[in-house]
Design a protein around this ligand. Structure first.
Ligand SMILES: [Ca+2]
Length: 312
């Protein structure tokens, strides 16, 4: 049996527990409203925060000696690659006495595409770049970060970006395309779906990419399918990549054409490097016109499938 003194205290205990729970809730709720998403991890590292001065906790990986963490307190890895470009993290700084801000700084400017793409995770708490302010070109800042670092803690740090969905053209070797290896895209008759195209390496001169439709056999597709290049249209037949936009996806819209039969159609969109501007260096990865890929498009028939979704 519980002692009487405990029973007399229990309402007070319950109230205390409730207040603590409420406080924990509000601490948690003060974090940025960042949506966790899938994607690929471009950095995974550990950090042991150190104290800077009297009121800052954080870590500087490089910089003046007076601002450095000890070597044991630096990020275990501070370089990452995004869209073919290498970046170096300068510091992660948690200012606990000015709104508990979190600063993420690189040694170079943070382009808008990186800001919008990346999500920083600190111990699995997501901080989306889209939610951050940018007090200077090199820094993203989140207010009310809700972190409680102490000097010497071990903190998990990840960076994630959305996976690229679409066609990536590699320089050099010819990529053999068939219905089993090409990325797939599904579009309803009368509907639209999109895919992206980009290069995997920077060219030394402008690269022209051509797109066209082709039939493809589909031995495993059964009898209720037609090869038909007229079953859909594509919004672009050519696109140009330069040394500055080679890593940015160019969007192609595929529109399914309605017909009066009741079967699905399919075709292949071939994507190939058709030319490179004169003067390209001998070693340019896209000097060969054979760099090619494709997207396998299925147009689902409106008579038995009203859905519309993209496989990419
Ligand atoms: Ca049809």
């Amino acid at each position: 049996m519980m002692p009487a003194s405990f029973l007399r205290l229990s309402p007070l205990l319950l109230l205390t527990v409730a207040l603590v729970a409420l406080a924990v809730f509000f601490v948690h709720d003060s974090r940025p409203a960042s949506a966790e998403h899938g994607g690929i991890t471009i950095l995974s590292a550990d950090l042991r925060p150190t104290q800077l001065g009297s009121d800052l906790y954080g870590c500087r990986d490089t910089g003046a000696a007076s601002q450095l963490c000890t070597s044991a307190a630096r990020l275990t890895d501070n370089t990452f690659n995004h869209n073919g470009v290498s970046y170096e993290i300068d510091q992660l700084l948690n200012n606990r006495f000015t709104g508990n801000t979190l600063d993420f700084s690189l040694t170079t400017a943070i382009p808008a595409s990186l800001k919008s793409d990346l999500t920083l995770y600190i111990d699995a708490i997501p901080f989306a770049g889209a939610d951050a302010t940018q007090p200077n070109n090199n820094t993203l800042r989140w207010a009310n970060a809700g972190l409680s670092w102490s000097a010497g803690d071990t903190v998990d740090v990840w960076l994630k970006v959305p996976a690229f969905t679409g066609v990536e053209l590699f320089g050099g070797d010819l990529t053999v395309i068939d219905e089993h290896s090409a990325p797939t895209l599904t579009v309803a008759e009368g509907g639209v779906a999109t895919f992206n195209v980009r290069l995997t390496q920077a060219p030394t001169a402008n690269v022209t990419v051509s797109l066209g439709k082709a039939t493809v056999s589909c031995a495993g597709c059964g009898g209720n399918w037609h090869d038909d290049v007229s079953a859909g249209t594509i919004s672009k037949t050519t696109m140009t990549f330069t040394s500055s936009n080679w890593n940015v996806g160019h969007t192609v819209t595929v529109t399914g054409v309605a017909d009066d039969d009741s079967v699905h159609e399919h075709f292949l969109v071939l994507v190939r490097v058709s030319s490179i501007a004169g003067g390209a260096n001998e070693g340019d990865p896209f000097r060969s016109p054979d760099a090619s890929s494709g997207v396998y498009v299925t147009v689902t028939d409106g008579s038995d499938d009203g859905s519309q979704h993209g496989g990419l």
